[in-house]
Design a protein around this ligand. Sequence first.
Ligand code: NAD
Length: 359
Amino acid sequence: MTYEVTFLDGDGIGPEIAQATRDCIDATGVPIRWHVKEAGIDVYEREGDPLPPHVVDSIRKTKVAIKAPITTPVGTGFRSVNVRLRKELDLYACLRPCKSYAGVNSRYDDIDVVIVRENTEDLYAGIEFEMGSPGAAELIPYLNRLSGKEIPADSGISIKPISVRRSERIVRFAFDYATQTGREKVTAVHKANIMKHTDGLFLSVARRVAEDYPEIAFEDRIVDNMCMQLVQKPELYDVMVLPNLYGDIVSDLCAGLVGGLGVAPGGNIGSGMAVFEATHGSAPKYAGQNKANPTALILSGVMMLRHLGEAAAADRLEQAVASVIREGKDVTFDLKQDRNDPTAAGTKEMAQAIINRME
Ligand code: NAD
């Protein structure tokens, strides 16, 4: 059976690591017909929309995509293509495994945690009112009246909705994932002591859902304490489930525990659809130099193969990546002991070494 998979090339370092990833996945022998699509700044300039409908339609059809990073202009311009994609396809769960690989420079060598981040609501819902806008001018006196508090008139406002239904489905996703992958514990992360009606709701839903999974241990942590604990005792944690904003921050923290963004893969998963992508961005300063580390996107490809049910191919590719990194010879500059090491491999050469290791 040939799988149909949409491939978004991205921008910045995107196209280079995308090619490396496709080559590695093809080398596993799993038959895939790639539907290569473009999104991002160049498409915005050409078509007036950085995420044209035909791109989203392709993913709706193939149900599976792998996506290289896409630049989001800061402050002005279009909204993040990455956030839009997650919302338009309702990819409600962001799955980010963070695992130590021998040979990666890191303060720890035995990390194996998984972040499950809610992807569709919270402060990322995109309900924002610019300071001085008519919306903010209308909202501020209304909120002041309703709350009995005083929001300064020169405030911008971002809204944080957290719902029962979406909290329930993300917590269930975390428990189902833990069950299917033989993991032992789920930790819900929140700030329910302060945000009682949003994070508090998330926590009470998590406690209720946990009762349906008696074989998986459950606990909760306040997000600031969680950050400290992850730095001091990461071995105590297994699967963590978090609302959107904390999930975003804590997944970068966990990427740091395993040696940085260069080795942190991810997947955005909804009902019947999934888009796999690295945690890192488009690293524009390395664009076009055959320098960027392709590992995170290749490991996202490993996750995609598992999602397709191709576990043996996924294992072979992951072992090949681990072996090249462990040996430390054909790796990109950021995986060398000294980042200025002149023997560092290029993106293409590292991918080729991984492919050679699978043969
Ligand atoms: P970034 O992840 O691109 O870069 C952070 C640091 O890590 C930089 O020093 C960068 O050079 C380095 N780095 C990242 N990936 C690397 C790789 N594969 N190999 C070697 N070094 C690597 O984050 P940023 O600089 O904050 O963002 C750049 C752009 O990417 C922004 O426009 C941002 O919006 C976008 N972004 C996109 C995604 C996505 O597509 N999912 C995610 C995060 C950021």
